[in-house]
Design a protein around this ligand. Structure first.
Ligand code: ADP
Length: 220
């Protein structure tokens, strides 16, 4: 099964991805995670991607497509879930071409959506641990001691790409470049199942909806 998970920022994509991977045994291919790994290892790609990522802009399509197509080529027949990719229509077209070349296709696209107010509130209140990566929220998910990580006592920080200017830029990027990907799958690709999902709903409800749709696909 090949799944594409699209989402507005802060729609709970990470949580739902984990649910899907755990239940269906798909390989999780997150473009953001792969890029962060490349940066941590200071690879050529990681260094090229850095300034784009820190400003909330997209990394150029050519770099991303090559990176993701190579990751896809290493997966098995069990299938995969794409998380954070495709993020532009051009990436979606290139993905289609690469899959068609292997006699494959995307089976289903899930689109998680939350409103802009929720997005801004969630991101601007988020604090992360620079050591273990744990994530908190100043109102919704507080650490035991304000500003300190529960796991290792490190001082929490706001990730550089969570500052309000960067958030606004990410939203602009989403509307200009990623929203058209939603329309691309919704309108142009009748052979691919597509679902809009209201991610303001409780996470359990969102999960149940997703499982209902994917269960049908694995049983056919
Ligand atoms: P978010 O935190 O918005 O979910 P990700 O963790 O998926 O973002 O990605 C972080 C950054 O990596 C993005 O802001 C962008 O700069 C870059 N990136 C990730 N995926 C892509 C992609 N498919 N195309 C271009 N840039 C990407």
């Amino acid at each position: 099964m090949r799944v594409v998970l699209l989402a507005t920022p802060e729609a709970g994509k990470g949580t739902q991805c984990k649910n899907i991977v755990d239940r269906y045994g798909l390989v999780h291919l997150s473009s953001g995670d792969i890029l962060r790994r490349q940066r941590a290892e200071s690879t050529d790609l990681g260094e090229k991607a850095q300034t784009y990522m820190d400003s909330g802009a997209l990394v150029p399509d050519g770099l991303i497509v090559e990176m993701m197509v190579s990751a896809i080529s290493k997966t098995t027949d069990a299938g995969f879930i794409l998380d954070g990719f495709p993020r532009t229509v051009n990436q979606a077209v290139e993905l289609d071409k690469a899959l068609t070349g292997n006699s494959q296709k995307v089976d289903i696209v899930l689109n998680l959506e939350v409103g802009e107010d929720v997005i801004i509130d969630r991101i601007s209140g988020r604090r992360s641990c620079p050591q273990c990566g744990a994530v908190y929220h100043i109102e919704n998910l507080k650490p035991k001691v304000e500003g300190i990580c529960d796991n290792d006592g490190a001082r929490l920080i706001q990730r550089p790409d969570d500052s309000s200017d960067v958030v606004r830029n990410r939203l602009k990027t989403y509307h200009q470049q990623t929203k058209p990907v939603v329309d691309y799958y919704k309108n142009c690709r009748s052979e691919i199942e597509f679902y809009d999902i209201d991610a303001n709903e409780a996470a359990g409800k969102v999960k149940a909806f997703i499982f209902e749709k994917l269960d049908v696909l694995v049983s056919v």
